[in-house]
Design a binder for this molecule. Structure first.
Ligand SMILES: [Zn+2]
Ligand SMILES: [Zn+2]
Length: 497
């Protein structure tokens, strides 16, 4: 007999041998062998041994992690996913019961526990609150880091998996205001343990408090919260499913008045960029650093065209409706920056990222190609009306980037709500930058008015206007005063620190 560790390793090896033999697995577990049931569950799901999955869930009672859901969602057998989703929902219900039984009613109320459905994104908060109160928690209810304030729908590989999760009981879309109001008030009163938050940020952990105002739909639309890779198509399909089940795409987060569409904006652009980079590498059959910056405009155009050729075949009624809603949305967030007139629209977020794919100068070829593709989508209405709707947003962000202004909007506060002390610092820097750049800001306003009236007068489509008129005429606008640019950059450096 070796050391304890070796004996454990031997047992796990024994378990691996039995993974295709559920009866044997059952006997080993009943006999008290110390098997690594979490690891074995991954194997069983991966190889599709459903009976072993059942044995492991019932006799081994392991905690269910994001990896389990993800492996199951990729299995050709949907039964595997159903088994894990149901078991996870059951564990989440147990966790909630534990909270309701042992925590004071006022704390339970502040947790915003769902009624008649399974805990989703709030599970991390419930778990840590139970821990803080010294309440013992069964290991089968443990949450791994992947669940840190995240939704199960971010692990669902596709719409079918989302449906299974919904049927298993994950129906809390966090549409309620409790979490949000609490966040807002508590930050003001300094009650949510600011120190703890600060520490979390310093240690690089994702503080769950920062995401409290997020709805499930926002989380799904948020690329940074993805523990696993997913495609744009799947994101849109899962969003479509959640909306069909009552998730509200227009719900605004209290902190910054952003909607799920705002958050989707950055992801849309990010996802397109990744595809274009991939395509450029394919076309050039080599691995180059910064392929977009190095490619010439016709190569970029060809790559963007190729990406859209694939996307075109994927867009159906449901995803088309989401895109339409996205591009035609007039919800403004609470940002104040010359890149938008009165706060960012969801489309501002998208176009702003899109033209800075190559840093500067703005990539007008990619932008024009994207607008062409979007205009072809029947669901956005007539081509002219669509161009007219997005023209003010597009022209403004192009001019903003051309004049090299510094953003004082959510582009500089990456998707997160950093807690009041830090946010206050950022806001102060923003005020300072806006003051320094007030002449450039005026210039953005004037040039936007000028080019918008030209756009209306000339009567070209927006992509043609950008390529054939804007690109040429904007070169005649004198470059910003170098001294002023220096001053701006100094302020920018302070902000980056
Ligand atoms: Zn901005
Ligand atoms: Zn914004």
């Amino acid at each position: 007999m070796g050391t304890f560790g070796e004996a454990h390793a031997d047992d796990t090896y024994l378990g691996e041998l039995c993974i295709g033999w559920p009866r044997g697995l059952h006997l080993l577990l009943k006999a008290g062998y110390r098997l690594d049931t979490q690891e074995l569950l991954v194997y069983a799901l991966h190889f599709g041994y459903l009976e072993s999955v059942v044995v492991l869930l019932n006799d081994g009672n392991p905690a269910i992690h994001g990896t389990h859901l993800w492996v199951a969602s990729r299995s050709s057998n949907t039964e595997a996913f159903e088994l894990v989703a149901r078991a996870l929902a059951e564990r989440r219900r147990k966790l909630q019961k534990l909270a309701e039984r042992h925590l004071p009613p006022s704390i339970c109320e502040s947790l915003g526990l769902p009624i008649n459905c399974a805990l989703d994104s709030r599970a991390t908060l419930v778990f840590s609150t139970l821990q803080d109160h010294g309440i013992p928690i069964d290991p089968s209810l443990f949450l791994d880091q992947l669940w840190d304030g995240d939704t199960v729908y971010n692990v669902s590989y596709d719409r079918r998996s989302a449906e299974i999760l919904f049927n298993a009981g994950f129906q809390d879309f966090e549409e309620g205001e409790i979490g949000m109001e609490q966040t807002q008030e508590d930050f003001e009163e300094g009650e949510i343990g600011m120190e703890q938050n600060e520490e979390d940020f310093e240690e690089g952990e994702i503080g769950m408090q920062q995401n409290q105002g997020m709805s499930t739909l926002m989380r799904v639309a948020d690329p940074d919260s993805y523990p696993f890779y997913t495609s744009l198509h799947n994101t849109l399909k899962v969003m479509g499913f959640l909306i069909s089940k009552g998730a509200n795409p227009h719900r605004q987060r209290v902190e910054d008045r952003q909607t799920a569409s705002h958050i989707l904006g950055s992801w849309l652009s990010h996802s397109l960029r990744e595809s274009v980079v991939f395509e450029l590498r394919n076309m050039n059959s080599l691995t180059v650093y910064q392929p977009i910056a190095r490619a010439n405009s016709s190569q970029v155009r060809a790559a963007v065209f190729e990406v859209f050729r694939t996307l075109r075949s994927e867009i159906d009624r449901e995803t088309g409706d989401i895109l339409k809603d996205f591009f035609l949305s007039y919800h403004c967030d609470s940002c104040s920056c010359a890149c938008s007139e009165n706060g960012c629209f969801p489309s501002t977020m998208f176009f702003r990222e899109l033209i800075t794919w190559t840093d500067s100068p703005p990539n007008i070829q990619a932008l024009a190609e994207t607008i062409r593709f979007l205009s072809e989508q029947r669901r956005v209405g007539s081509v002219e009306a669509f161009h007219d709707t997005i023209a003010p947003t597009v022209l403004r962000v192009c001019i903003f980037e051309h004049l090299e202004l510094t953003h004082t909007c959510c582009k500089e506060i990456p998707h997160a709500f950093f807690g009041k002390p830090k946010l206050a610092d950022i806001m102060e820097d923003f005020l300072h930058i806006r003051d320094e750049q007030r002449y450039l800001i005026e210039e953005v306003d004037n040039l936007t008015d000028f080019f918008l009236s030209k756009y209306r007068e000339i009567g070209l489509g927006l992509p043609e206007f950008l390529l054939e008129y804007w690109s040429i005429e904007i070169q005649k606008v004198p470059a910003p005063d170098p001294q002023e640019v220096e001053a701006i950059k100094r302020v920018g450096v302070i902000l980056d620190e």
